[in-house]
Design a protein around this ligand. Structure first.
Ligand SMILES: [Zn+2]
Length: 327
């Protein structure tokens, strides 16, 4: 493609490609270019008339060149939408551009006629699988060089995802996402130490048979750990449950029982001799932050200037009188 190409009036490419909902702009340009045997960077320059990668692709130009309606492009590819557009297309429950992108389910790609190249889409943290095709999609990092695992024999992974979504409806996405990150970190540490891995091993045997051996990047590893992460997320996302832990410190008996019942049957709470368990470490840090904040509250006359909560145990007790782990 020579320089003179840039100067010509823009016209549609021979083959159009339908954008996928939540697709990244880079992915769409790559797929559109591939379908028309063009270089994707050259296509971007053609669209913007500017060789800088930061140059903005205009909606009208892309509609003209791709042959797709403006509204279809703007709805699917949110990077093309203005803040006013975002309000108009009701994107509250959709992932915003700039977060985490991963490939679309391969079966969705084929069944919807989106071509053979995978579309990369922005995704929400509660979307690691395709319910329609019962496939583990993961987060993209564990997928690049592997097929997407079949979840037909894994009702527990599918059920974990339903629990994950219910939690979001109950507590809100931000609360659950924070708890999910904490739970993922804790389960990562346990997994590295080969502790509390009974469920993981059971699920891996269902995936690969009794003598399984896979690479460290195999997506089934993430899939097999997911139910435990969701179970721990449920305990950490519960504001009432979390307060109960701090109230019953240093030995939150009820919480420990819940962890054993729903997350790790042989879990032991060890607070002495140095904290090595990542779950204890997380909660001990939170406990310390609350203590520090309450100490500050005693010393300072203006509680609104303090960064941490200034609730006392007495206040917490009143709120928790009828609370449960599901609260
Ligand atoms: Zn699918």
């Amino acid at each position: 493609m020579g320089e003179d190409w840039l100067a010509r009036p823009r016209r549609p490419v021979p083959l159009t490609i339908v954008p996928v909902e939540n697709e990244t702009l880079t992915s769409y340009l790559r797929r559109l270019a591939a379908a028309n045997r063009l270089d994707s960077e050259a296509l971007r320059v053609y669209l913007t008339g500017d060789k800088r990668k930061s140059a903005r692709v205009g909606l009208d130009t892309l509609a003209l060149v791709s042959g797709q309606p403006r509204h279809a492009l703007r709805y699917a590819i949110l990077e093309l939408a203005t803040p006013r557009d975002l309000h108009a297309v009701h994107v509250a429950a959709r992932p915003r551009p700039g977060g985490w992108a991963r490939p679309q389910c391969q079966h969705c790609t084929l069944s919807r006629g989106h071509g053979t190249a995978a579309a990369w889409c922005w995704n929400l943290h509660e979307d690691p699988l395709c319910f329609r095709h019962r496939r583990w999609i993961g987060d993209g990092r564990d997928y690049a060089h592997h097929a997407q695992p079949d979840l037909s024999g894994h009702p527990d992974i599918m059920a974990a995802n339903r629990r994950h979504r219910r939690m979001i409806r109950r507590h809100g996405r931000h609360t659950v996402m924070t708890a999910f990150r904490e739970a993922t970190h804790i389960c990562d540490r346990w997994h590295q130490r080969r502790v509390h891995d009974q469920d993981f091993s059971r699920i891996m045997r269902i995936f690969h048979g009794p003598h399984w051996q896979v690479s460290a990047t195999d997506p089934t590893i993430h899939a097999a750990r997911y139910p435990q992460i969701v179970s721990l997320t449920k305990l950490l996302a519960s504001p009432v449950g979390r307060e109960k832990i701090l109230l019953s410190w240093p030995e939150p008996v009820e919480f420990i029982a819940e962890v054993r019942r729903t997350v790790a049957p042989h879990y032991t709470w060890t607070l002495t001799g140095g904290i090595h368990d990542p779950l204890v470490a997380l909660l001990a840090q939170e406990r310390q932050l609350c203590d520090d904040a309450e100490g500050d509250a005693d010393r300072q006359p203006a509680p609104e200037t303090i960064g941490y909560p200034t609730r006392t145990n007495r206040h917490r007790s009143r709120r928790l009188a009828s609370g449960s782990w599901d609260g």
